[in-house]
Design a protein around this ligand. Sequence first.
Ligand SMILES: CC(C)(COP(=O)(O)OP(=O)(O)OC[C@H]1O[C@@H](n2cnc3c(N)ncnc32)[C@H](O)[C@@H]1O)[C@@H](O)C(=O)NCCC(=O)NCCS
Ligand SMILES: Nc1ncnc2c1ncn2[C@@H]1O[C@H](COP(=O)(O)OP(=O)(O)OP(=O)(O)O)[C@@H](O)[C@H]1O
Length: 246
Amino acid sequence: MLVVGLTGGIASGKSTVSRLLSTKHKFPIVDADVIARDVVQPGTSAHKKIIKHFGEDVLLKDGSRELDRKKLGDVIFRDASKRKVLNGIVHPAVRWAMFTAVIKHWLSGESVCILDVPLLVEANLWKWVGWVVVIYCSREIQTKRLIDRDNITVSAAQDRLSSQMALTDKVGYADKVIDNSSGVIELERQVAELAASLRAKAGWSWRLAWLVPPAGVLLAIWSLASRALLRYIGNKRAARSRKARL
Ligand SMILES: CC(C)(COP(=O)(O)OP(=O)(O)OC[C@H]1O[C@@H](n2cnc3c(N)ncnc32)[C@H](O)[C@@H]1O)[C@@H](O)C(=O)NCCC(=O)NCCS
Ligand SMILES: Nc1ncnc2c1ncn2[C@@H]1O[C@H](COP(=O)(O)OP(=O)(O)OP(=O)(O)O)[C@@H](O)[C@H]1O
């Protein structure tokens, strides 16, 4: 299976591209932002650690004990040391959940799996994927789309952008760059091209993936049967030598 790391900067268009890859081109998507939300639900160990480090102040005031993500974002995007603490709590759980999701897709015989990971390069995960796609747009467009989408101030947008590697540097890690500086129609055209090249690149070896579960079952049966057979032969020999001694 070809594992594709889809990355970019905040509001550069990753979710828009992965939505197109999923709905129009039927690729399975593993979305790190969605997983990062799941692993900090109340009751999880990550949630407990966040409260321990950041205090009850980062909880919503409605009694649900859910994180106030806007408040936590305002704290960590302004302060690199606090961001490092949050990343240290959340990222290991995200990595593990992404790994198990990829294995599930592999076992179900998918040819390609798309990992939508905003911090693919910053967290060094780009080394673990077969193909890196960077969604690029200029910093000006990125800032404008971020402000429009999240309804935040210019200064909050600048903090968020500065917390990530510049997109001009990220493209250096790309096997393929999608330029999302113009409209959605042009983006759709580039995504269709990308989808075709991913299918071609995935080749045919993924078709063998279905062999893994039956091979595992056969191996387990073989190991149990051979152990029983050896025990049977051993017992027979012991009985024969007992008989010979009598
Ligand atoms: C700070 C939090 C609470 C803000 O939540 P919010 O719902 O407002 O934003 P959301 O999670 O949808 O993230 C939006 C975008 O912000 C950027 N971003 C998020 N976390 C980080 C980070 N630690 N460093 C740099 N950029 C980040 C990404 O581009 C992401 O796509 C949340 O982003 C978080 O828990 N971040 C730490 C975990 C993380 O690194 N997530 C990114 C994917 S692993
Ligand atoms: N080509 C485009 N033309 C106009 N608007 C766009 C285009 N691509 C994306 N957008 C808009 O820009 C905003 C950011 O896009 P999107 O949410 O896909 O970015 P993202 O990289 O996933 O962001 P994040 O890192 O915060 O998850 C959205 O409001 C989206 O609708």
